[in-house]
Design a protein around this ligand. Structure first.
Ligand SMILES: [Zn+2]
Length: 73
């Protein structure tokens, strides 16, 4: 993904945007180190300041579980 807003991680690379799919933060975007995976630093920053909540959170979790094949239709 392209860098956004010019964030730099702790090792000076443009941070990349990732998306969380945990139960607490489905679909919430965050920045991680932009270096190659072998040399990533511990840089972490949320891009979406608000946690997912309400029907959006429920819908996101259901979509995630369907994609992962956990739920039978
Ligand atoms: Zn880094």
């Amino acid at each position: 993904m392209p860098p956004d807003q010019g964030f730099l991680c702790d090792c000076g690379k443009p941070a990349t945007i990732r998306q969380a799919w945990t139960d607490a933060n489905p679909g919430r975007r965050f920045y991680r180190c932009g270096a190659a995976w072998r040399s990533v630093c511990d840089f972490f920053q949320w891009r979406d300041l608000e946690k997912p909540h309400g029907w959006q959170k429920t819908a996101l979790l259901e979509a995630r579980d369907v994609i992962r094949g956990r739920r039978k239709r």
